[in-house]
Design a protein around this ligand. Sequence first.
Ligand code: DAS
Length: 355
Amino acid sequence: MQSKKIASQFLILCCAMLVSVAQAQKLPNVMILATGGTIAGTGATSTTTVGYTAAKIGVDALIEAVPELKKVANVRGEQVFQIASENMNNDYWLKLAKRVNVLLAQSDVDGIVITHGTDTIEETAYFLNLTVKSRKPVVIVGSMRPSTAISADGPINLYNAVLLAGSQDAIGKGVLVTLNDQINGAREVTKTNTSTLDTFKTPELGFLGYIQGSKPYFYRQSVRKNTVDTEFDISKLDTLPQVDIVYGYANMGPVALNAFVAAGAKGIIHAGVGDGSLASTVIPSIIDARKKGVVVVRSSRVGQGIVARNGEADDDKLDLVVSDTLNAQKARILLMLALTKTTNTKEIQAMYSKY
Ligand code: DAS
């Protein structure tokens, strides 16, 4: 009698294991690559939402804090590095992009989530949008409140990001950013508020979609080339050309631009007032920079709209490039990658119309 009972319990256990294996086989395999930020941050009290420390909690703890992840994906975690993202740099970007490409080439990885500080999410997203060589989903996620705060947004943002990275609908959409139940595209997403939960927006051109009730809903996608459709290959790069940003303002002079050129910048993004206007005080320095082979791109501090070629400056005569709608920090990323291929300003201008 006893042996029959043991046998039936064993049989039930085997069936349960078979069911859970079958369920696991149905779920997408999502890698979570952790890099730091507020989503991994801790504060002194549960009401500390500013003045906390970012980049304190490791990837395993982030995953353990959201047991619901296991219901939507088979997740594995990897700590690529642990920084507050104001300290993001080209070396970290190259390390991250190379790791993403190695993992996405594996058949047992269906999508990747990157946990990241919010300060430079928009830059990392665009860098990966130009350098990831796969159509599989890559979703970058952060949070505006540390994990220790009342109503921390990190756990639900992470859950949504894993959902999105495992979704068939996210395939081929380029690199995505999700916080606050909203889905933004890498090219246009930008941080619009220093501290509120709804800070990430795509002003004027709009969200790609939303996540509601554990389901992503897409309503549009970017028409600009990205990921597998770009000409950029970072697999053999160990550094990126130095490109700096000069900010435009009333009463500006050439000191900053001259200093960047003297320090060896290969490219300058001029974040001009209005439609990328150049103050007369900087034009001689721009002419000098061009003579030294430094590529100069006219962007705008405004943040939205197309910078018109030959609008506020004679770009043909000065041999300048215009940034299309890319803000200065994103125009810098494209120029860095462009300079790994060419210094020809006509070829570079074509890239700003393509990506
Ligand atoms: N310092 C910010 C950063 O790491 C914290 C955050 O918002 O993630 O980007």
